[in-house]
Design a protein around this ligand. Structure first.
Ligand code: NAD
Ligand code: TYD
Length: 371
């Protein structure tokens, strides 16, 4: 089992990253080290998501949480963090993460997901050169780890049957998934070519607290609460495999501690839902918790023009991580959705903080009233 001490979390102010930091400091077994959260704070990053963590762990006699605002493409800055904090582990969440945005503007995805991942890997490779080896030999310390976070979308789209396994050939079909596929290949190339200790995980759709409301589940919840239309793309029958964010993070932690370097682990919910069925379940949960009129909310479901190149079905075979690392899902979909709706109901301030900023302007420009 690896002992990880000074963990650089990239993108720790985003949805999954902030939940990961919270999980690691408050719940996970076997971590007593420090977390350095490197995030440039795009529209999707929110320092408020960790305000309580920053107050608690940032003011201890032995500080365990640090926030550093900066870009993963900025080599000099990333290098300075490796030195300043003696980084021995990277868990790389930072990314542009939304398919619809990647269709409207792919460039930011190439910059952050491809170039940013390259820069992070390359800084790690240099920082972790084994000082006992000859300069030309350039061997790399093996008591370090770069864990790269990726998505099942790199595998493409499934028909009605079948599952993505770790050996499914890559077949990305959106600028987002293509940029993530590029980053995955770079991570594995750094492992094969330079001997950088890399692990990689490909996960299905996450949901839970702090998710930016451009993604299906929080967008639907907030639109229901605000009496807005509920936009369902195409025929509503596209299928996604949903996993509660804390189960994803527990899997990431299991890979970081015990995963084999040079290998990929698929993580999934084994929980496939057609979009329209999921939206209908959300209507039931939100109306039950708020006493809003069920028929009125359901009546707001609006079929809209399909997403270009919309992948039909994703479904993950996660038997490897279950078998090899003993991970399993712990939160049922019913429980996870109830927790998620409760969280959005209880956190209007967080919602306001993101809606007052760039997000609001972007949504208005691109989607008009639909957002
Ligand atoms: P998110 O969009 O909520 O957060 C991304 C974070 O990265 C933000 O805080 C943002 O400010 C930061 N960031 C973006 N560009 C940066 C840069 N150049 N430098 C530093 N920070 C930068 O995304 P998320 O949903 O939390 O996803 C996190 C990771 O998990 C991504 O790599 C994504 O591809 C992957 N993933 C997401 C899902 C999902 O369902 N959300 C599923 C599987 C994998
Ligand atoms: P999304 O949350 O954007 O995740 P991803 O595209 O990475 O899977 O979308 C999940 C599914 O929901 C996807 O099939 C697209 C669909 N969708 C809608 O029908 N309406 C919406 O407003 C959004 C954001 C997504």
């Amino acid at each position: 089992m690896r002992i990880l001490k000074n963990i650089l979390v990239t993108g720790g102010a985003g949805f999954i990253g902030c939940n990961f930091i919270r999980f690691l400091l408050e719940k996970a077994d076997g971590f007593s080290g420090r977390i350095i959260n490197l995030d440039v704070l795009t529209y999707a990053g929110n320092r408020m998501s960790l305000a309580d963590i920053e107050a608690k762990y940032g003011s201890m006699a032995q500080v365990r949480y640090f926030f550093e605002q900066g870009d993963i493409c900025d080599r000099a800055f990333v290098e300075s963090l490796f030195k300043k904090y003696d980084i021995d582990t990277v868990v790389h969440f930072a990314a542009e993460s939304h398919v619809d945005r990647s269709i409207l503007g792919p460039e930011a995805f190439i910059k952050t997901n491809v170039m940013g991942t390259f820069t992070s890997l390359d800084v790690a490779r240099n920082a972790w050169k084994d000082s006992s080896s000859s300069p030309e030999g350039g061997s790399i310390r093996q008591d370090v780890l770069f864990h790269h976070i990726s998505t099942d979308e790199v595998y493409g789209s499934l028909g009605e049957t079948g599952y993505f396994t770790e050996s499914t050939p890559y077949d990305p079909r959106s600028p987002y998934s293509a940029s993530k596929a590029g980053s995955d290949h770079l991570a594995m190339a750094y492992s094969h070519t330079y001997g950088l200790p890399v692990t990689l995980s490909n996960c299905s759709n996450n949901y839970g607290p702090y998710q930016f409301p451009e993604k299906l589940i929080p967008l639907m919840i907030l639109n229901m609460l605000e009496g807005k239309p509920l936009p369902v793309y195409g025929d509503g029958k596209n299928i996604r495999d949903w996993l509660y964010v804390e189960d994803h993070n527990a899997a990431v932690w299991a890979v970081m501690r015990n995963g084999t370097t040079g290998e990929t682990y698929n993580i999934g919910g084994e929980n496939e839902w057609e979009n329209i069925k999921l939206v209908n379940v959300l209507v039931d949960i939100v109306s039950a918790k708020t006493k809003l009129d069920t028929a009125k909310i359901r009546g707001a479901i609006t079929y809209v023009k399909d997403r270009p190149g919309h992948d039909r079905r994703y479904a993950i075979d996660c038997s490897k991580i279950k078998r090899e690392l003993g991970w399993k899902q712990t939160v049922s979909f019913e429980e996870g959705l109830a927790r998620t709706v409760d969280w959005y109901l209880a956190n209007p301030q967080w919602i306001e903080s993101i809606r007052s900023g760039e997000y609001r302007r972007w949504i208005e420009k691109n989607y008009g009233e639909r957002g």
